[in-house]
Design a protein around this ligand. Structure first.
Ligand SMILES: Cc1cc2nc3c(=O)[nH]c(=O)nc-3n(C[C@H](O)[C@H](O)[C@H](O)COP(=O)(O)OP(=O)(O)OC[C@H]3O[C@@H](n4cnc5c(N)ncnc54)[C@H](O)[C@@H]3O)c2cc1C
Length: 343
């Protein structure tokens, strides 16, 4: 366990926002957690957990302690065609994907190149290209602040769209230390997602391998999303709003181009990118902030933005979508600070 005082978090958040925390406590083994939590509490400040900082917007200095999760390690146990792969919370997500691909274990390939750590992956049930973590999740282990170390199976995680119990009832109460995935040596590739199908067809890949799917997903991502090491961002800033089908059909009369997909009985998941783009925000630059020229849903730091600059932009976008369509956009990114949230 390492302790740093007045730590500048700029290298630890993909928006590249320079803010300080009172203490940064690096956790390299799960056995350090009880003591680290005790220390953080003893300092008399609030504390929070940080992985790769790729889903965070710090709007001001964090007047508390940050538990920075660095628990390493990947191991695998084969059970017939199935492989249980267990990884420490601090493992870089894409390193895990590469490990699985290199060993011929299928299941993670559509989730290639998502930034962040393994420990954060179940928190918002990360997803891309037609697959979510819940599809290959087996179980996880972690530290409950009141009940100590415990395990969760898939059912008890209450996964939903960018949602889990760890963002709900257990928010701020549970620290993931390792996650176990159920992969397969006989993968059932999920190739139905439109953009993935198109990219595979362009390359003439009819029966792609796991490695080819991961490679195609990675190259599509690189062509569409800004690299946080050159343009600060946290991926999609808002969730796609789920609205009643009747509301969607009414809106379609005035806005026939509106994009949405069925998301369960009588529910449509509207495209947040379309809503934002149609309000004229795509590629807009406002001071040091803006939306990415190729993807309206990605808010960016053009260099010297503060977290509150970005939050102000996010609120302006929320307001224009609300006024035009009567739809509230809920941030997917975790907003950290005392700023009054309108979400
Ligand atoms: C360019 C870009 C593209 C992206 N694309 C996608 C995408 O396609 N799909 C997608 O779902 N997301 C995407 N994201 C968002 C992000 O990658 C994921 O949310 C990722 O899981 C965040 O991981 P992290 O380690 O950086 O978490 P952080 O940002 O550090 O933390 C996120 C949340 O998880 C909590 N947390 C982190 N680790 C733990 C732990 N061990 N125990 C308990 N709580 C923890 C934090 O307290 C915080 O609330 C993208 C981000 C970027 C920058």
């Amino acid at each position: 366990m390492q302790l740093h005082k007045d730590f500048d978090l700029r290298p630890l958040n993909t928006f590249g926002i320079s803010v300080k925390c009172k203490y940064l406590i690096e956790i390299e083994e799960e056995t350090e957690l009880p003591r680290a939590v005790e220390m953080a509490t003893h300092f008399g400040y609030p504390f929070m957990v940080l992985g790769g900082g790729s889903n965070m917007l710090f709007t001001e200095d964090y007047e508390g302690s940050i538990l920075y999760m660095r628990i390493p390690g990947i191991s695998a146990e084969t059970q017939g065609e199935e492989v249980l792969v267990t990884a420490g919370a601090g493992v870089v997500w894409h390193d895990l994907v590469q490990y699985a691909v290199a060993h011929g274990y299928g299941g993670l390939e559509n989730l290639a190149l998502i930034p962040g750590t393994v420990g954060a992956s179940p928190i918002q049930n990360i997803g891309a290209y037609g697959v979510e973590v819940q599809d290959i999740f087996d179980s996880l282990r972690g530290y409950h602040l009141e009940q100590g170390f415990m395990e969760f199976d898939k059912k008890s995680c209450h996964f939903g769209y960018r949602q889990s119990i760890f963002k709900g009832a257990l928010k701020g109460k549970f620290i993931v230390t390792q996650v176990r995935f159920r992969l397969s040596t006989q993968p059932n590739l999920k190739l139905h997602y439109g953009a993935l199908q198109d990219a595979l067809a362009q390359r003439g890949l009819v029966k792609p391998s796991i490695a080819e799917v991961a490679e195609v997903v990675s190259s599509v991502r690189v062509s569409k999303l800004p690299d946080p090491s050159s343009i600060g961002n946290a991926g999609s800033f808002f969730k796609n709003p789920e609205i009643p089908e009747a509301q969607f059909q009414r809106l379609k009369i005035d806005f026939p181009e509106m994009v949405g997909y069925p998301a369960g009985e009588g529910v449509i998941k509207a495209s947040a990118a379309w809503l934002i783009e149609s309000c004229g925000w795509k590629g807009k630059v406002i001071g040091n902030t803006g939306t990415y020229a190729k993807h309206a849903l990605v808010l960016v730091n053009h260099g010297h933005a503060t977290g509150s600059d970005i939050w102000a932009l996010a609120q302006s976008i929320q307001r224009s979508v609300q006024e035009r369509y009567g739809i509230h956009l809920e941030p997917e990114v975790n907003i950290i600070g005392r700023i009054q949230l309108s979400n």
